[in-house]
Design a protein around this ligand. Structure first.
Ligand SMILES: [Ca+2]
Length: 327
């Protein structure tokens, strides 16, 4: 639960609020000497070390930070870098990555906050994982927010939090405050969305607007999982009905929605959308599909054939013509 943790337990006589969840113990008597050297607020002497060329020298020059056996530098020396704790019916994983933020600064220098985030996200993407929800156009605020989710009783619950420290002003003490209008954008539609804080229904869609009090969390939920790419009619399958929806709108350059076959969210229906559908054709409950998977390509070719016939009646886009040529 990023952003919810009193990270050093300083505000509570009994330690961190989630210590029992993570199976660790924050000391309420933490002193500067327990965090690297003597500079509690900054953890390392940034002024003395900023021009060092890599994070290893940055974290050790003029400091006495120690490296965990995993290779990560430790901020709080009596805390583990990582701890896995069975809790209730689940498993809580502590990742104490605070010093790694300085690694990002080493790599990215004075570039924008969003670019600094790429120091982490590039590895995530390389591992084959892509975000399915993000704050659209967050800009410089991007590095500070986290989105997490879990599933419960057939619904997916999504929580958006901000790194609560005030990193904008010269002081890092206290919570960042204010209300920021944001748009949460999903890669594919989500259905029966509820704002769990306001208790209001938000319907179906890919974008949802919130006035986010940044020292609180945005909490929403939706039914099941996000809609499959290419599932135009929201029935949990990617099949012939979806191909027909796209075929009926193929070549339209504006005003096209997901249900019309715009799977790339650009307002048009064309070859890129057909590619998304082809890549996902047959996903869902396979035994319910009208045809076995080997017929998939034939169906797509038949769909392209429909498009060719439509060309005689409507002005088609170049991408549609290309598709017909390929077919
Ligand atoms: Ca479908």
């Amino acid at each position: 639960m990023p952003g919810l943790w009193d990270q050093h337990g300083k505000g509570r006589a009994t330690g961190g609020a989630l210590d029992d969840v993570f199976g660790v113990a924050h000391s309420p008597n933490l002193r500067a000497s327990d965090v690297f050297q003597s500079r509690l607020w900054s953890e390392v002497d940034q002024d003395a070390n900023f021009y060092y060329s890599n994070f290893a020298t940055f974290l050790t020059n003029g400091n006495d930070s120690i490296m965990d056996p995993s290779g990560f530098y430790k901020a709080v020396r009596n805390m583990p870098v990582m701890n896995v704790n069975d809790y209730g019916e689940g498993r809580a994983v502590l990742m104490n990555m605070s010093p790694q933020w300085y690694n990002a600064y080493r790599n990215m220098s004075w570039d924008t906050a969003a670019e600094k985030r790429s120091v982490f996200m590039d590895f995530v993407h390389d591992a084959g994982l892509d975000r399915w929800v993000e704050i659209e156009g967050a800009g410089a605020a991007e590095h500070g927010y986290e989105i997490t989710y879990w599933r419960q009783d057939g619904r997916t619950i999504v929580m958006v939090v901000l790194n609560p420290e005030d990193l904008v002003s010269s002081s890092v003490v206290g919570l960042r405050e204010g209300v920021t209008p944001i748009t949460l954008k999903f890669d594919t539609p989500v259905l029966d969305v509820r704002d769990e804080r306001a208790g209001t229904s938000l319907g179906d869609g890919m974008r949802f607007d919130f006035d986010w009090a940044v020292n609180e969390a945005v909490v929403l939920s939706f039914s099941g999982d996000p809609v499959l790419p290419g599932d135009a009619n929201f029935d949990g399958l990617v099949g012939l009905a979806d191909l027909m929806a796209l075929a009926d709108n193929y070549g339209r350059l504006s005003g096209v929605s997901w249900r019309h076959g715009d799977f790339t969210d650009d307002g048009a229906a064309g070859l890129a959308d057909l590619t998304v559908l082809a890549d996902n054709y047959g996903r869902g409950s396979r035994h319910n599909l009208p045809v076995p998977e080997p017929a998939c390509i034939c169906l797509l070719l038949a769909g392209a054939g429909l498009l060719t016939r439509r060309r005689n009646r409507f002005s088609m886009s170049k991408s549609a013509e290309r598709s017909a040529d390929i077919a």
